[in-house]
Ligand binder design. Structure first.
Ligand SMILES: [Zn+2]
Ligand SMILES: [Zn+2]
Length: 143
């Protein structure tokens, strides 16, 4: 679904626009998030990169992800979770979330992208976006 090289180029462009220096550390952290389809939390990303980059601390990973999120380079999945889970895909998509193991799976579906927004949502509000979350008990957890 995602072309890594294209995404990296886009990432570099976005950093420039947002006045964020593209440091090797930031690139490493972004790359780790990008190559992980599980919507990982900062801890999981840190565990992933310390093998090759033992000098990158957890707080660096944590703060970097926060900075990426603040500038709109990545997004935060903030539903049903007690930890922050990050998503490298900022293009409109939806999620299947297992309420037991907290696994998050991407759903790309044009029909969902164009659902009719209830008037109560837009009444007086400016709609910034929406996501459909399907809460499930996944096949692994059902066993
Ligand atoms: Zn599950
Ligand atoms: Zn996602």
């Amino acid at each position: 679904m995602v072309n890594i090289q294209e995404q990296i180029e886009l990432f570099i462009k976005k950093c420039r626009v947002k006045n964020l220096n593209v440091t090797p550390q930031r690139l490493t952290i972004y790359r780790a998030l990008l190559s992980d389809g599980s919507h990982p939390n900062p801890d999981a990303i840190h565990k992933k990169i310390i093998q090759e980059h033992p000098t990158i601390s957890f707080s660096t990973v944590y703060k970097t992800l926060e900075a990426f999120e603040r500038t709109g380079i990545i997004s935060l999945v903030n539903n049903l979770h007690d930890t922050m889970r990050y998503d490298p895909i900022t293009k409109q998509h939806h999620h299947i979330i297992c309420v037991k193991c907290k696994k998050i799976i991407d759903v790309f579906d044009e029909e969902l992208d164009f659902i009719k927004i209830p008037q109560s949502v837009t009444d007086g509000n400016r709609l910034l976006g929406f996501k459909v979350h399907f809460n499930v008990i996944c096949s692994n957890c059902r066993e």
